[in-house]
Design a protein around this ligand. Structure first.
Ligand code: AMP
Length: 284
């Protein structure tokens, strides 16, 4: 049975006992509202590690002032059920006060700031401070849970890239395991934010993945020019979807690329109604 822990000290104590007994520990950081995408990470952790901790924390420091922090779905009871189904040992669900203290003020807190060149594009361009918030909370979770392995979804490709770089740069002794994007049958990437979508908007949202799959189809036919691929992708996007970016990023240096040479991330972000959605595909 999955145990729910709300305090840092209690989790540290359990982890110490596990480590003493020689168990390997897997960490799956989430913001809750768990779905089959999260489940795939939890399952992978349970297969890979002796013990699995799923953190459920809607991290205030990674939300901008006009973002959806207050309305983000909070469904702890259901989350524990899902975590239990996929054999998680612990759900760690701290409060913001537990993580940051009673009067935390971002300006007075030590932050982990990923390199500007990784942050100044894709989501980081409009979500100022977002990746500082992510890197900081993930660092705290790593220090608290002391995992041997940590599981992250390719769905948040920029986040994954930044975490992998952080682990290398700051010498965390943790193996990061990337997990593939889980999609609905329609192709729509599963996300906690999909529940904001009406039925009509959901149909419009499917066009993000359609755009990506079309780009992949033309790439596989031999088109390597990202402008031409961009145009074919855009032609698939529903007219109600408001594009924020559709960028081609070289995995070697995480820079935009005109001609696709090696492994390339194609990342899309668009607003459908008031819901901001992201998705991506890898070309290689
Ligand atoms: P979140 O709760 O949205 O912060 O996501 C927690 C973790 O689950 C992140 O590593 C995400 O990349 C991953 N994740 C979210 N949605 C999916 C999905 N559809 N497929 C695979 N991983 C996902």
């Amino acid at each position: 049975m999955t145990t729910v822990i709300h305090t840092i000290n209690e989790l540290i104590k359990v982890i110490k006992d596990w480590k003493k007994a020689g168990h390997s520990v897997g960490l799956v950081p989430t913001m809750g509202a768990l779905h089959t995408g999260h489940a795939s990470l939890i399952q992978k952790s349970a297969e890979t590690c002796d013990k699995t901790v799923v953190s459920v924390f809607v991290n205030p420091t990674q939300f901008g002032i006009n973002e959806d922090f207050s309305k983000y779905p909070r469904t702890l009871e259901k989350d524990v059920e899902l975590a239990n189904t996929y054999n998680a040992d612990i759900v760690f669900a701290p409060s913001a006060e537990e993580m940051y203290g009673n009067n935390y003020n971002k300006d007075f807190m030590t932050l982990v700031c990923p390199p500007y060149d990784l942050v100044n594009k894709l989501c980081g361009k409009t979500r100022t401070g977002h990746f500082d918030g992510v890197a900081t909370v993930v660092t705290k979770l790593f220090n608290i849970a002391q995992p041997n392995y940590a599981f992250f979804g390719q769905k948040d490709a920029q986040q994954l890239y930044i975490i992998e770089k952080m682990v290398k740069d700051l010498n965390f002794d943790i193996k990061i395991i990337p997990c593939p994007i889980v999609r609905e049958e329609s192709g729509l990437a599963i996300s906690s934010r999909n529940q904001y979508l009406s039925e009509e908007e959901k149909l419009q949202a499917v066009s993000l993945s359609k755009a990506l799959f079309t780009i992949k189809k033309y790439f596989d036919k031999g088109i390597k020019d990202s402008k031409a691929l961009f145009d074919t992708g855009i032609s698939m996007l529903d007219s109600h979807a408001e594009l924020e970016y559709l960028d081609f990023i070289d995995y070697d240096n995480f820079e935009k690329t005109d001609i696709i040479k090696g492994k390339t991330l194609v990342a899309i972000c668009a607003k459908v109604g008031t819901t901001r959605l992201i998705d991506n595909i890898v070309l290689e």
